[in-house]
Write a protein that binds this ligand. Sequence first.
Ligand code: FAD
Length: 467
Amino acid sequence: MHSDDPTPDAPSRDEGPPTIDHLVIVGSGMAGQRLVEALVQREGAPRRITLIGAEACPAYNRILLSPLLAGEMEREALTLRGADWYAEHGVELVLGERVERIDRAARRLTTAGGREIAYDRLVLATGSTPALPPVDGLELDGVHAFRDLDDAAALTRVAERGGRAVVIGGGLLGLEAAEGLRKRALHKRAREQDGMSVNVLQRASRLMNRQLDATAAGLLEAELEGRGLEIVTGADLERLEDDGRGRVCAVRLADGRRLAADCVVLAIGIAPSVELGRRAGLEVHRGIVVDDSLTSSDPAIHALGECCEFEGRTYGLVEPIWRQVEVLAAHLSPHSSNTTPDDETPRYVERPCATKLKVSGISLYAFGPIEPDDDHEVLTYHDPEHGDYRRLLLRDGRLEGAVLYGDTAAGPWYFAEALAGRNLDACRQALLFGPADARALLDATNAATPNPATPHAQDRSPQEEAA
Ligand SMILES: Cc1cc2nc3c(=O)[nH]c(=O)nc-3n(C[C@H](O)[C@H](O)[C@H](O)COP(=O)(O)OP(=O)(O)OC[C@H]3O[C@@H](n4cnc5c(N)ncnc54)[C@H](O)[C@@H]3O)c2cc1C
């Protein structure tokens, strides 16, 4: 994978240089900013750091675009660090400039504005762009994505005008966009003035089909419809219709249905932003291919966050990206006092992730496989009156997956137990009621079968080990 490196004097990935002179990070998003934050705290960090971003403002918390659209947060609350902070920490910030080209042999990059910047080490943190469905009409006015502050501002204007919105995609992002539009419209009383209807089109037979089983998805759909969203599942998109003046006016489905639309939001997924890396000749599959030190096929170039691909996986949530940042920060400051001399430089390891939905008043938490296989034991609790649902998948007494809707307080505990791989047979009958009841049974069993050498160490969750 690293055989075509044109920079033979580049440092080896394992040895690393004593201290990097000039580190340039392309992409002032959540990953790029977090890396800067980690580096400025480390000794042995690169002597100079330049952060270049195509967006005009300093990095902000992209996750909070949903509550921003819904009118639940102010714009200022999203900013992670003001421009002053970068100056105070000696970080050069270049905003509103897209990097167009990397000359790997000269270790130099060029921005769209013609600025040339030399680097000793480069990090690509270019994120991703909305995935586009293969249909006609995507170029029409009134067709939006939901990725950045400009999109949130455009959708806010749409919601405040009222009208008919169609959100394509019934996953996390689509539902947050739909609820954001609905709430923002209510906020402005657009419903009373001009009215605002929001349709959500989901190709699969249920909402959030990658995270929820049919029961939890049904509860979610009923809740959202009760709030006023119109959900269409099994919707096979055919095209977006032009009103004759270059503006979208309807969405056509393959079964002949036509949904009138003043605005369409595309939320079917994301595609890693790899063009810069591909043009530079880096190994690129779906994302920019990196190894477990986040190094690309060029040892002087790393990739991080949603633009990278590790062991065939790409990313769409921040939890694994934060762990990537820690690994890369350690590699970029090899002689940091933050690691003891005996410590191995950390390596990135894939770990399962849990999912939460950030729509206020709706709690759900899920991890692991959705469909049980023949060897899974399935434990289910459903209280329709209170809208509580829990379904656990166990294999040989060990938790592999959970779907919680309503009361999700036990979710993190289930997740920790699944990661720890602890055998939960002893508390099986209390497992659905959460940690308090389950722990009492586990403790009673542990007390009855003591192991004087290492009492139940193999059965501890990481939290308990830390305690
Ligand atoms: C509305 C919304 C809600 C979300 N909610 C959650 C959530 O609840 N939980 C969760 O874990 N994740 C959530 N995410 C995902 C999370 O925001 C991303 O995983 C995270 O932002 C990825 O960080 P990144 O730095 O890789 O990409 P980004 O944050 O997208 O940053 C990439 C940056 O690189 C810039 N860039 C790209 N190309 C160039 C170039 N050539 N030159 C210069 N700059 C360039 C882009 O303009 C962008 O600013 C949400 C995302 C959205 C859009």
